[in-house]
Design a protein around this ligand. Structure first.
Ligand SMILES: Nc1ncnc2c1ncn2[C@@H]1O[C@H](COP(=O)(O)OP(=O)(O)OP(=O)(O)O)[C@@H](O)[C@H]1O
Ligand SMILES: [Mg+2]
Length: 376
């Protein structure tokens, strides 16, 4: 039997836990043409949810063409245009009439098309000379989608990346194009909360209030433990409740980490799972990842590293400038700790969450957190 606990790409809805409310919201927005901004901490399940949504659109045969583009690796507008055209190409069936039209359209841009030798996925190289040409091509791509008389849902993952482009006015340019589209609905997704919020709710910014916000929290503990237990029982393995609780607690119910621990436990299990087995699986994971964790120390300053250990030991911290916290871990003065914290957030190593208007800090990588907690 295949391991039912996935921790890489989305496979089937049976292996995907819940998110029913969010799914319905996204579906109704896609159908009504309302743009959405999806924000959540890293590895909580944003991308998984997008694929769950696409799966639903396909199995329910809804009249929407879903297109997914991940712009994490893009460094410029040029890259964005290229990645977007590849994504559209991949989403439209080659032999369909719209697919053929798109090929024609792309060819009119005189691209160099090569095929990945392993996957035979087409790679498009556009020879765009300047900003004006790049903008026109971007407009051309989106307008192409808009005039097909079909609803299109364009999900742009890691959208905050556009802030890293060297070109100026990227947001204004995109917003101007997008504003004039009728049939394309957008789903903007990202994990850098500050940046995403600034793009979509910064009063002076072009995308100000143009979308509806959706945030993903951790999965509900009862729903998640039922999901985990059902998958074990399905495979003829009995898991004790204490073991499930231990899994959720140790991984802080952070989806990727919970899934990975479940995956390892499942691989080790015979007839039954108890807390001891879960602990063994946890040790195995930390050992496997320790080489990577060790490297963090080299990449960080002593101050950053010490602060990281302090947060890990606490699990999560809210009063970072309190003398109690500073003394306990000998972290120095409040202002330098606040600065160090910002740098760790900027590097996406620490997550800042808000609860009742107060910031709560924790490590984005739960396994790194558990490893530091144990080692220091
Ligand atoms: N509801 C869920 N049920 C089961 N597995 C899930 C669920 N949501 C996400 N996962 C799995 O957890 C892992 C991490 O999720 P995903 O990659 O979607 O997170 P993300 O928020 O997009 O992370 P990042 O910010 O790093 O891009 C994936 O393997 C995904 O399949
Ligand atoms: Mg993602």
């Amino acid at each position: 039997m295949d391991n039912p606990f996935i921790f890489r790409t989305y496979k089937t809805k049976e292996q995907f836990c819940d998110r029913q409310k969010e799914l319905e919201k996204l579906l109704s927005n896609a159908l009504s043409g309302a743009d959405t901004t999806l924000i959540a901490q890293r590895r909580i399940g944003k991308t998984g949810l997008i694929f769950r949504l696409f799966d639903e659109i396909k199995t329910e045969k809804l009249p929407i063409i879903p297109i997914y583009v991940d712009i994490f690796a893009t460094r410029s507008l040029d890259d964005f245009v290229k990645t977007l055209s590849e994504a559209i190409m991949a989403a439209l069936p080659e032999k369909s009439s719209i697919g053929k039209k798109f090929s024609k359209f792309i060819k009119s841009l005189r691209p160099i098309i090569t095929y990945d030798p392993l996957t035979s996925v087409p790679q498009i190289q556009l020879t765009l000379q300047n900003d004006v040409e790049r903008q026109q091509t971007m407009k051309g791509l989106l307008t192409f989608l808009d005039i097909q008389n079909e609803k299109v849902l364009l999900a742009i993952d890691e959208f905050q990346q556009i802030r890293e482009y060297p070109e100026t006015n990227v947001e204004a340019m995109l917003r101007t194009i997008i504003q004039n589209l009728n049939n394309v609905t957008f789903l903007y997704c990202g994990s850098k909360r500050h940046v995403m919020l600034d793009i979509f709710s910064g009063e002076r910014n072009p995308f100000y209030r143009s979308t509806e916000f959706l945030t993903l929290q951790k999965l509900d503990p009862i729903v998640y433990s039922d999901f985990i237990e059902a998958h074990f029982e399905n495979a003829g393995i009995h898991i004790e409740h204490e073991a499930t609780d231990y899994i959720l607690d140790w991984t802080r119910r952070h989806t990727y980490f919970t899934q990975r621990l479940c995956h390892t436990v499942f691989a080790m299990a015979r007839k039954k799972v108890d807390v001891d087995l879960v602990k063994k699986a946890a040790v195995e994971i930390l050992q496997a990842d320790s080489a990577v964790f060790g490297q963090y120390q080299q990449l960080l300053t002593a101050g950053q590293w010490n602060l990281l250990i302090a947060i890990a030991k606490e699990g999560s911290v809210s009063q970072i400038a309190s003398s109690q916290f500073l003394h306990k871990y000998r972290l120095g003065n409040p202002s330098s700790v606040i600065r160090t914290m910002s740098s760790l957030i900027e590097k996406n190593i620490v997550d800042e969450d808000l609860a009742d208007g107060k910031s709560i800090y924790s490590l984005n990588d739960v396994f790194l957190s558990r490893w530091l907690e144990e080692k220091y």
